[in-house]
Write a protein that binds this ligand. Sequence first.
Ligand SMILES: Cc1ncc(COP(=O)(O)O)c(C=O)c1O
Length: 409
Amino acid sequence: MTHANVPAVRGGTAVRDIEARPWPKWPIFDETEEKALLEVLHSGNWWSVEGTQGKEFEKEFAAYQDAKYGVNCTNGTAALEIALRAIGVGCGDEVIVPPYTFIATASAVLAVSATPVFVDIQGDTLNIDPTLIEAAITPRTKAIILVHMAGRPADMDAIPAIAKKHGLKLIEDAAQAQGAEWRGTKVGAIGDLGTFSFQASKNLNSGEGGIIVSNNEAIAEAAWSVANVGRSRSGRWYEHVVLGSNYRLTEFQSAILRAQMKRLPAQTDLRTDNAAYLRSLLKDVDSIQLPSEDDRITIHANHLFTFRYKPDRFGGLNHSDFVAALMAEGVPCSTGYVPLYKERVFDKFSRRDGTWCQNGNRIKYAELVLPECEAVCLETTWIPQTCLLGTHSDMEDIAAAITKLAVGL
Ligand SMILES: Cc1ncc(COP(=O)(O)O)c(C=O)c1O
């Protein structure tokens, strides 16, 4: 083996010297964002109730996602809680969620005193498996939350059909899916309502931020009330008709979001092009498995580029050591989620008397085993969206690093 073929974790030369050739910086901004922030500053109008930035952003983002209505809020976690309250989910209700997602998808259900019921994912899409949903529905089921994981739309033919058949509300957790599209329609408002995050790592970023989108005016108004301390738009200032909280964004965040939104379509195209090129470089590498392709997905938001490694093809390396070896080659990556039901918070809740039960029976979260999710967690590696804002030559480095490890370990 030449020195270049020796894995960097074993003392060889890394595929990429990240000091000499750093990955694209994130966030991307220039004087447009500076000007937008200064305009808000000098206007003295920093508050969304009186300013125009937040209201304009709600309209612009909702339109971009093919939705009629948008309601800004502080973050994607709050957006999920607001969404659940807006559709009336509460104590004793059950909500179906996938286990391969950020904690908020399921903790939002606990936050409104309802029960998260985990349904396994598909190993080749990382999204909730529609064929397993119906078996989890009980008379207490009120809603399904799907996640467009990594920016890949979940099955928006099968899942809305199941929701409709059983009279359930469908929430799309689109935190990772700005710009994603299913059969020519952007995600978010294909179901009853959808939620987005604008946290720093997301494809559209204001440090923190979120929005709820919907095509249903009554749902959007209910979400607005929850996000605005329970007021109604037509009511008096000190009149609070539902339980809500103050979930408003500042005008500074909305101004940043409006400026960043102008960059989003071109950035989405660039990620699409680079992800397709990287796929083409990796498609015959049999030591890894790429997610399956689906013609119904007309835009994948590529928040993450994911693949599964086959441990036996990398010298039996465990997941975290595999990721460390890839990082040592100069490729930013991570091991991603653990099965959500294993987080201690769920176990704590399921041991309490009361409402955290499925169809009257307490769920023993700590004893759950959802096999696809467990396998995916052990093998799936995430490469962040920022890498996909680079060049084809950058993609060649990622492919070279993976193939080098398959040979060298
Ligand atoms: C799938 C998913 N849902 C919800 C959230 C919560 O968003 P936030 O971090 O803005 O609260 C995130 C963000 O990490 C996410 O990835």
